[in-house]
Every structure is written in C-alpha cells, then in structure tokens.
Design a protein around this ligand. Structure first.
Ligand code: AMP
Ligand code: MG
Length: 285
C-alpha cells in the first residue's frame, strides 16, 4: 500500500505551471503556428530534477485517478497524436506507470480493418471512450481521419473537410455527458525523427517498430504538418483543447504531458463518495 501522506499537501498546480500550460494550449479559433513553435524547448524544466518532478506529478495523478474511480461519475480522455517516433508509446509508459490499471484504459488505433472499416470513422472511437470513473488514453485517434486520410487521399477533400465539424460536435457531446477531453500533439522535428528512425533500424530491440511505410509518411512531412496545423486550429475548443508539446527531448515531453494530465484532473477535482452514516462507533474485532 502506498502512503499518500502529504502527496497532495503541496498546493495544486502553481500559477507558473498554469501559465506554462496556457502557453502550450491552443485557444479556440487560433492557429497553432506549428512552424514557429520550438520542438526543442525545455519549458523551464531542468533535466537533473525532471525525473523527481515526474515522480511527484505521477503520485498526484494517481491519487486523483483513484478519486475519479471511486466517484464513478465522470471520466477523462487524453488523446495523443504525433508523427512516427515522436514518442507516443514512451509518453504513455512514463506517465501511466504506477497508476491503478483497473481505472486506466489505453487504446491504440491502427488503420481500420474488418468491422471498423465497415462503419463510420467515429464508431470504433466512441466504443473505446472511457466509462465513468476511467481515465482513457488514445494512442492515435479519430484525428487520423483528418490527417493520414487527408494526406494519403484515402477520401475526397469534401469528405474529410466535413469531419472537423463532426469531431467538434462529438467531443462536445462527450464533454456534456461527463468526459473531459484533452488532446496533446507531440511536436517533433524532422531531424529528430530521422535520428530516432535510424536508431530503430540499428537497435535489434527496436527494429520491430520500424515499418517501411514510415518513410512514405516522412516524405510527406510538410503535408502532414499542414494537416496537423489545420486540424488543431479547427478542433481546439474550450471543451476539448489541444496542447502542442515540444517533443525533441523525451524528459520535457513526458513531464509536460504529465503536468497537462494533472492540471486536467485537478480542475475536475473528483471526490470520494460520502461514506455510510453511523460508521464512527464501529470497532473491528
Ligand atoms: P503505429 O501507431 O506506428 O503503430 O502505426 C499505426 C498506423 O495506422 C499509422 O500509420 C496510422 O497512420 C495508421 N492509422 C491509424 N488510424 C488510421 C485511419 N483511421 N485511417 C488510416 N490509417 C490509420
Ligand atoms: Mg509507427
């Protein structure tokens, strides 16, 4: 059993963190301006203390996730999107380790097949949304249907363009019905991606992750960036904001996403249910 003692005794997200996060958040209607955003920024974090800070942030997330689970009324959905090798898997491993697996659900979305492909693009996504009390994490998502689908021309422009509206409405519905949605784009540079893909090829433990198709996507880098730019502009809303997270440094990326998740949970402020009355005098013998 963990002793939470004073895990939460330090104040909730400080003003400086709130300010930092507001710099990463894209205001409704604004363009994210990806070209002008650094992929290497350290956000004022320090490498030497980042691990301890991540641990501390995770303990707080853990406590709030347990409350969310106990409350059984609301849920949180964290959506992660990025180019290959930006670190979606690594982020998930680092921010969720140590959480109660019973209350967490991670879903990875690949190219749709079988019944997924036979339905509308939101069908599989809706089915994977977190139940009350759960924290859901999407590794890729319905955004692929306005990203890779657009860039690779899987459907005509008229069809993917309509989807921004569907997505805004869908996420608003989730929010109205008790799911807080928060979305992170892990912003990596083309050079950093080259280094990481080469690393995958060179490392026998990582080679399985490499697909020749990753190189096709890489040659379409600018088209993907343009697709992200528009998707984020069209769908960052008060109910479901986008954050652009610099991702060239893993330790910055992990800590930033953890802080975004913690901030989201703190604002939700889940409460453990009221205990039954009349328990005060009970002594277990
Ligand atoms: P990975 O995340 O590296 O395992 O790769 C999953 C692949 O599935 C990526 O190339 C995505 O672009 C692709 N994918 C995910 N969702 C869709 C979708 N809705 N339509 C087409 N491709 C998709
Ligand atoms: Mg991949």
């Amino acid at each position: 059993m963990k002793n939470y003692g004073d895990v939460m005794s330090s104040s909730p997200t400080s003003r400086s963190t709130a300010l930092l996060l507001s710099g990463l958040r894209v205001s409704p209607g604004d363009a994210p301006g990806l070209k002008g955003r650094s992929t290497k920024a350290t956000l004022g974090f320090h490498k030497e203390s980042a691990e301890t800070e991540l641990l501390d942030t995770r303990l707080k997330i853990d406590l709030l996730q347990q409350r969310l689970y106990a409350e059984q009324k609301r849920s949180v959905l964290l959506v992660l999107q990025a180019m290959d090798a930006a670190g979606k898997d690594g982020t998930i491993r680092h921010i969720l380790s140590g959480l109660n697996p019973a209350g967490v659900q991670v879903t990875s979305f690949k190219a749709p097949a079988g019944p997924e492909a036979a339905h509308d693009y939101l069908w599989r996504v809706h089915a994977a949304c977190p139940a009350k009390g759960e924290l859901g994490v999407f590794n890729r998502s319905h955004y692929e249907d306005v990203l890779v689908v657009r860039v690779k021309k899987f459907v005509p422009p008229k069809q993917w363009r309509r989807r921004y509206g569907h997505i805004r409405d869908f996420e608003q519905m989730l929010s109205d019905e008790g799911t807080t949605v928060v979305k992170c784009f892990l912003h990596v540079s083309k050079q950093e991606q080259a280094d990481r893909l080469q690393d995958r090829l060179d490392d026998p433990e990582k080679r399985w992750k490499f697909r020749a198709g990753d190189l096709d996507d890489r040659t379409l880098w600018l088209q993907f960036q343009a697709a992200y730019e528009e998707a984020i502009r069209q769908t960052s809303t008060a109910a479901a904001p986008w954050y652009v997270v610099p991702a060239d440094r893993n330790w910055v990326r992990n800590l930033a996403v953890a802080r975004i998740l913690l901030y989201t949970l703190e604002r939700l402020d889940p409460k453990v249910p009221e205990p039954e009355t009349g328990l005060d005098d009970i002594r277990i013998v």
